[in-house]
Design a binder for this molecule. Sequence first.
Ligand SMILES: Cc1cc2nc3c(=O)[nH]c(=O)nc-3n(C[C@H](O)[C@H](O)[C@H](O)COP(=O)(O)OP(=O)(O)OC[C@H]3O[C@@H](n4cnc5c(N)ncnc54)[C@H](O)[C@@H]3O)c2cc1C
Length: 405
Amino acid sequence: MAKITRRDFIRMSSVLGLSTALPALSGCSAADDEFEGKVLIIGAGAAGMSAGYLLAQRGIDFEILEANTVYGGRFRVNKTFTDFPIPLGAEWLHVEPEMLDEIINDETVEHDIELISYSPEKDVDAHYEDGEYSEEPSQDGDIKFIGSSWFDFYDEYIVPSIREKIRYNIEIVDIDYSGNQVQLTDKNGNGYTADKVVISIPMKILQDGDVAFTPALPQGKQDALDEAVIWSGFKGFFEFSERFFPSALSFADSGTTDGQRLFYDASHGQQGDKHILGVFSVGAQAERYQAMSDEQFKASVLGELDEVFDGIASQTYIKHMSQNWNNEPFARAAYLADSSPRWISDEMATSVDNKLYFAGTSYTSFWDWSSVHTAARSAREAVDELTGQDNLLAFTAFITFLTAR
Ligand SMILES: Cc1cc2nc3c(=O)[nH]c(=O)nc-3n(C[C@H](O)[C@H](O)[C@H](O)COP(=O)(O)OP(=O)(O)OC[C@H]3O[C@@H](n4cnc5c(N)ncnc54)[C@H](O)[C@@H]3O)c2cc1C
């Protein structure tokens, strides 16, 4: 019989939908959870907020320590550029809409977030290469938020139950887990103590060595940090007086092992009358934009569009803005390269000494390490493990596995 690991069991149980059903099946409540100590969560992005939310549901004492002055991390939005929220980081829902219910994790709550997918009847994906322009019906499976965003979803459904637990301007620089409890120290020398800690600090910051661990992290994690290729990130948004562009416009360098780049209709499905084109870029493609001045970036995008659409971009241009994720001190990059080997995120997801738990977009045993939904799922894994629920999950998955054979 092939060796099955605990994480395989958990993965299997989540595929079978058992992770949601289990508390109900087992009659498990907060009072049944094995763990009753204090948890500190580092970071108030998707993973940190999801972890706090799930701990709140289970009645466990926790606090979230956030380096920034706001929550949200890499799904920040701009609400002044146009008449709908502009997602500066995460924009699309890459999986089925039921994911939002999975994140809410409460059958009594029904959300009213409006979503829109792409339709092959109405939407067009175009490609431009070597002077040739081609179009085909959109096959894009991604989903966009209408008049809303990933940030707004968390703001409305997750933040209310954790708002009072988030503390800002606390940049953790030292994590000492040598004793029975974990001691955290922030940049100003202030100390914080917990029985267990959930770390959702972005991987680039750990890779840069900005957080000291005592004792040092296990060799497997250090190897993962050393070998990880973390893509740079840059987005831009352009307003035009006309919509002359398709749902998506790709180029020869749109999908390479070094990075990605895409122009797209950012106003897709929105109810206003503004025409906003988005520029998405990660990896080497983002670095090309990052090396430009703002004027050069504008000239580069308008120049490419003018070439494809006979000069109409320059004639209809109104304004633009950009977001460079490498310049954000608490993110410093976009995310782990899509082409990364699976073992890196798997290794980063493992807990250390029953005291440190990793939750974040790159700390996941799920396929896909660059999305909000994986950050949320990784938080669930960390909280299940931390509270001892994963043993129950593993046991149930094991029984399911045996009976299925
Ligand atoms: C350009 C771009 C486009 C993207 N597009 C999509 C998309 O369309 N769909 C999608 O699903 N995902 C997308 N993503 C990925 C998505 O944004 C991330 O996967 C997700 O938001 C990461 O959540 P997280 O909690 O792991 O990390 P983060 O959101 O980065 O949260 C980490 C938090 O930790 C805080 N922090 C950092 N260091 C410290 C410290 N030392 N002490 C205390 N706090 C600290 C940070 O301030 C931050 O709030 C995109 C990302 C980028 C950059």
